[in-house]
Write a protein that binds this ligand. Structure first.
Ligand SMILES: [Zn+2]
Ligand SMILES: [Zn+2]
Length: 262
């Protein structure tokens, strides 16, 4: 007697319906939510913690870029292969094969990463990950997996999460924990590039998971590349473990900041 059955009220779907019917305008007034990057009132709070103008203000790094690290180059450097590298990458051979980012670590992108990393706005991993996939599709192409830059356990305990792992999970490749951080490195802030490279030496070891990646191309994921010291240290460790090609994809990179110690 199926036709005698009364419809069973589904409280959960009613609740969902009520939420989805609530207009952004009402939420915007009730919650008074402001953009996590620029602090203006969010017109569409249901679309996430960062306003649309902030997202659209993030410009890609424009070609020509250094073949290796992805730093923008003066146009005349396009002429020939060896010149298609920035001064830092021409000065010494680096273990990292290629690196790319959404854009420069500046303006809205810097503020968004700050909110993501230090204010625990972990939902920002999704839109940041989408931009990473869109703007650096060639980094992912043909790679076997992504490897997040690990935090030292003490720092991870303090922050509660690893921002690089959150971003890595947004990539369309398996996430492999092929690196482990064995040394808690002092803060890199304020150190010149050469010192940063020395500071990072022996900071990582390859884990058992790296064994299955011999001969493969992999992508190391991090939030920001400053001088590339961390990524170079990761790449060196992975290559010693037999990985053939190490690429890096970060949400942002500090562009062209050469210091006397570089
Ligand atoms: Zn904003
Ligand atoms: Zn370079």
């Amino acid at each position: 007697m199926a036709d005698c059955k009364m419809p069973i009220p589904n409280l959960f779907s009613n609740w969902q319906l009520a939420i989805s019917n609530s207009s952004d305008a009402v939420l915007s007034v009730v919650l008074s939510a402001s953009c996590a990057a620029c602090d203006t009132l969010l017109l569409h709070p249901t679309r996430g913690p960062v306003c649309e103008p902030c997202w659209t203000s993030i410009l890609p790094l424009t070609a020509p870029l250094c073949d290796r690290c992805g730093d923008p180059l003066p146009t005349w450097r396009q002429i020939s292969g060896p010149l298609a590298r920035c001064p830092r990458c021409r000065r010494r051979e680096r273990p990292l094969d290629r690196a790319r980012a959404i854009g420069a670590y500046d303006g809205a992108l810097r503020a968004i990463i700050h909110a993501f990393k230090y204010e625990g706005r972990r939902s920002l991993a999704r839109p940041l990950g989408r931009l990473m996939r869109e703007r650096a599709a060639e980094m992912i192409e043909g790679a076997r997996c992504v490897i997040p830059v690990p935090l030292h356990p003490s720092r991870k305990r303090h922050r509660g999460f690893n921002q690089a792992a959150d971003l890595a999970r947004q990539m369309p490749l398996p996430v492999v924990a092929a690196l482990s951080r064995v040394r808690a490195t002092p803060t890199q802030t304020g150190l010149p590039a050469g010192r940063r490279h020395r500071n990072m030496r022996d900071a990582f070891i390859a884990t058992r998971a790296a064994r299955g990646l011999a001969g493969a191309a992999v992508v190391v994921i991090d939030d920001v590349s400053t001088t590339g010291a961390t990524l170079d240290a990761c790449a060196r460790t992975l290559k010693l473990a037999g990985i053939a090609e190490v690429r890096a994809l970060t949400a942002a990179r500090v562009v062209g900041r050469l210091t006397p110690d570089d």
